[in-house]
Design a binder for this molecule. Structure first.
Ligand SMILES: Nc1nc2c(ncn2[C@@H]2O[C@H](COP(=O)(O)OP(=O)(O)O[C@H]3O[C@H](CO)[C@@H](O)[C@H](O)[C@@H]3O)[C@@H](O)[C@H]2O)c(=O)[nH]1
Length: 304
């Protein structure tokens, strides 16, 4: 069986590539290398250097005829979506639409779409489940929600099965501290390089999930007969101050970060229930934050 993975050279995508290869799938990667890196990929992996908005994407589908698509290529930064909402919409809305349309035309068996915890905004009930009303607070969360709705419409109009995975805050090896969003990689990088540190806010919470658990969730969702929306989270709430303290303890480095106010459009509390994924997909996160952070710090140290 062949899986086409968009964004496969990126942080999450490359772990999904590893996961699928480990489970004997033939993998084809589509990536524009804006955030991705070929060093993240196995040497013999088939890669198309193509943007999901380029006309050439159609040819990739024609040539490869994938059985499944895991769509992870995205503009992933909440802050960048304020700086350039048009680019955010082009990538996350139009790009997703193109992937779905070509998947339909080429009779793909199932599409897995990456969405985000950000679609909930600041929920009144925590942990928030998939039925909770959505309230996007950024262009990023609005564009991710639009991608979800396109996928749902493709399923109801054209019987294109999909699983929409709302990831909480993903962290782990290969996350780029410079380009993409990712407070964990930023903290580790700054601590290990003894750089000046800043914390925006500090009391806001996030639900951190290890990237290898997310990769497993993508493969499991692809293989499942179930379709629909699933939160993919560790179902635990951590403040950014707690995250900083834990990271510096595990790295064995002390630092005194400067405190800045919370930024525009920031969610204050993010904490996602994951029972639906456990019960219906049979997936479960297996790494605690401490384990995941320790593994991540080891890989950052090794690559220094
Ligand atoms: N980037 C950054 N964030 C910081 C810092 N200090 C505190 N933070 C705070 O740490 C929190 C997490 O920031 P990010 O890791 O950039 O993630 P995010 O804005 O929550 O968005 C991420 O999670 C979404 C799912 O909830 C993802 O969908 C999205 O792509 C992204 O990965 C935010 O409240 C951010 O302000 C810092 O020095 N740098």
């Amino acid at each position: 069986m062949k899986v086409l993975i968009t964004g496969g050279a990126g942080f999450i995508g490359s772990h999904v590539v590893d996961e699928c290869i480990e489970h004997n799938y033939e993998v084809v990667v589509v990536d524009n290398f804006s955030a991705g890196n070929s060093r993240n990929l196995p040497e013999d992996c088939k890669v198309y250097c193509v943007d999901i908005n380029e006309a050439h994407l159609k040819n990739v589908f024609e040539e490869e005829k994938p059985d499944y698509v895991i769509h992870l290529a995205a503009q992933a930064s909440v802050m960048k979506s304020f700086e350039d909402p048009i680019q955010d919409g082009l990538t996350n809305i139009i790009g997703t639409l193109k992937v779905l349309e070509y998947a339909r035309l080429h009779c793909v068996k199932k599409v897995v779409i990456a969405s985000s915890a950000a679609v909930y905004g600041n929920p009144q009930v925590l942990p928030v489940d998939e039925k909770f009303p959505l309230n996007p607070l950024s262009f990023y969360s609005l564009s991710k929600w639009s991608g979800e709705r396109y996928a749902q419409l493709y399923e109801s109009l054209y019987d294109l099965p999909s699983c929409i995975l709302r990831f909480s805050n993903v962290y782990g090896p290969r996350q780029n501290a410079l380009g993409e969003a990712g407070v964990v990689s930023i903290f580790i990088n700054q601590l290990l390089n003894a750089e000046e540190m800043v914390i925006y806010g500090g009391h806001q919470t996030r639900d951190f999930i290890y990237v290898k658990d997310v990769a497993q969730a993508c493969r499991t969702a692809m293989e499942s007969t179930k379709t629909g929306i699933f939160n993919i989270s560790s179902c635990s709430e951590t403040t950014i101050n707690e995250l900083f303290a834990m990271t510096s303890l595990l790295a064995g480095i002390t630092a005194e970060p400067q405190k800045y106010p919370l930024r525009q459009g920031e969610i204050e509390k993010s904490f996602l229930g994951n029972e639906k994924a456990i019960n219906e997909l049979g997936w479960q996160a297996t790494h605690s934050l401490e384990e995941g952070l320790s593994e991540t710090i080891v890989t950052y140290n090794a690559s220094k």
